[in-house]
Design a protein around this ligand. Structure first.
Ligand code: MTE
Ligand code: MO
Length: 478
């Protein structure tokens, strides 16, 4: 090999996004990645890093931490960084722009799992209202929150023949009929902590029961927009167009099957309002995709680009993170391409509150009368939810760890939408004398799908789609 050339950091800085040759520093080595940029699976976001150090980005985009990515990078090696630019063997990190510095302020009641990127779940108390207030809706970001202005915002649509059409928010609002859909979003990691606790440890954020929330969303139908853009929604070539890819303004991307996007009763929307207010920045301002019945990872926020394609999104969030493998399969050697990306979700339920209803307060007395009860009782409340728009038909609840079962009352909340896209709230009262050490809930959807009793049988190393029976300990005295 030729002797390594040393390169000053100032020289690297000249090879940024506006240069013809674009360089990056990884650790203390310099690479000219110009020829590889068009192949970057994460798209153009890589231009943020060129002309500087990529290590902090790779800490965020953890998909890079594997051998084949290092091997690709090595092919573009051009030299070592000059030692005069290093402090303690590293490039001083204050040279790097903080992508999180414009993130918005958040409600103090959210339960925070990580700050950068920001991830927080809805507190149990706030899971009890049918519609989750915007400020308490769970937040799941893989990256930072882009700062976008509604006035010059445009979403681009790329048709199968490569033609592009774009729409401003104003265009969307004036050209198409607006539609409201009541839709629950659930992260594929909701209740992952229960799998950690009751089976084995998984990788991912340790969500409890609050990576789920419900809102009324307003927007326009994606099928209407695609038709207007010139896509023949009835007689398109089914080999040419199989997926609709969504690209967010930061770098996040995901896709859904074309049939979901075009189905008249599938209610896939481009959304600009949440609970009657403009979308909050944390939830995708000014525009997000809403894919009811599918895992929330497909409802791409800060939606910049929609591509009709014969292939799925090539992002890590379509190709890797949101997949399930068998209980025996581990992280090192799985063939990611062998499992399908999660789209619809299984049936789910959780207890959001368990409390003694002593007939002292007027409210409790009313409650007890509804159930024809004259003695002290325990009140249990919670949610049940299924993917694919499948209705919840029954919620079974046990006051004694599954020895005896009863049916909870399903609350008659009103939803907008063609199918059951929103969760069902339920409640139940049981005389205190029947209460054992642990309460258990499980739900049934209209396909008669049920939740697994324990966690090991559906253990998967990423901890996705955890839906084992939810158990909550009970102490008589409380
Ligand atoms: N869209 C973009 N652009 N960036 C993201 O990080 N996260 C996805 C999805 N859409 C994400 C995104 C995931 S994994 C989830 S669970 C939902 O957004 C969370 O939506 P919320 O933050 O509005 O609750
Ligand atoms: Mo998610």
């Amino acid at each position: 090999a030729p002797p390594a050339k040393t390169i000053r950091l100032a020289e690297v800085r000249k090879h940024g996004a506006n240069a013809t040759r674009r360089w990056v520093v990884k650790s203390t080595k310099v690479y000219d990645i110009t020829d590889w940029i068009p192949n970057h699976p994460g798209g153009e976001v890589i231009l943020r890093a060129v002309g500087g150090v990529i290590d902090p980005y790779w800490e965020i985009f953890t998909i890079h931490n594997k051998k084949d990515v290092y091997d690709i990078l090595e092919q573009y090696y051009v030299g070592d960084l000059d030692p005069r630019d290093l402090v303690d063997g590293r490039v001083p990190s204050d040279d790097i722009e903080d992508p999180f510095k414009n993130d918005p302020a958040r409600h103090p009641d959210l339960i925070v799992h990580s700050d950068r990127p920001f991830n927080a779940e809805t507190a149990p108390e706030d899971l009890k209202s049918y519609i989750t207030p915007n400020s308490n809706f769970y937040i799941r970001h893989h990256l930072w929150v882009p700062s976008l202005s509604q006035d010059d915002y445009k979403v681009q649509i790329e048709l199968p023949d490569g033609e592009e059409v774009e729409y401003s928010i104003k265009d969307l609002k004036s050209k198409f009929r607006s539609t409201k859909v009541t839709c629950t979003l659930q992260c594929s990691g909701n209740r992952r902590q229960h799998m950690n606790d009751e089976a084995r440890s998984t990788s991912g954020l340790p969500w409890e029961i609050g990576a789920i929330s419900n809102a009324v969303w307003t927007g326009v139908r994606l099928r209407d927009v695609l038709a207007d853009a010139g896509f023949d929604i009835d007689t398109f070539d089914e080999n040419e167009t199989k997926h609709v890819q969504f690209q967010g303004a930061e770098a996040y991307g995901a896709s859904i099957p074309i049939d979901k996007a075009l189905g008249k009763r599938e209610d896939v929307l481009l959304v600009y309002e949440m609970n009657g207010e403009p979308l909050p920045r944390d939830h995708g301002f000014p525009l997000r995709a809403l894919v009811p019945g599918h895992v929330a990872a497909r409802s791409v926020k800060w939606l910049k680009r929609i591509t009709l394609s014969d292939e799925e999104s090539q992002s890590q969030w379509q190709q890797r993170d949101y997949k399930c493998f068998g209980p025996n399969q581990g992280g090192q050697d799985v063939d990611w391409s062998s499992a399908p990306a999660i789209q619809e979700m299984p049936v789910q339920s959780a207890i959001t509150s368990l409390r003694n209803a002593s007939p002292r307060s007027a409210e409790d007395q009313k409650l007890l009368r509804v159930y024809g009860m004259e003695e002290d009782a325990v009140e249990v409340e919670g949610y049940a939810f299924a993917g694919g728009g499948r209705r919840i038909v029954r919620v079974d609840i046990s006051p004694d760890d599954g020895r005896t079962w009863h049916q909870a009352e399903l609350l008659p909340d009103e939803a907008h939408g063609s199918k059951s896209w929103a969760w069902t709230r339920w409640r139940w009262l049981v005389p205190k004398r029947l209460a054992g050490r642990q309460f258990v809930v499980k739900a049934v959807d209209e396909g008669y799908n049920v939740q697994p009793e324990s966690y090991e049988p559906h253990y998967n190393f990423r901890g996705n789609l955890t839906s084992g029976w939810h158990r909550v300990p009970y102490t008589k005295g409380r």
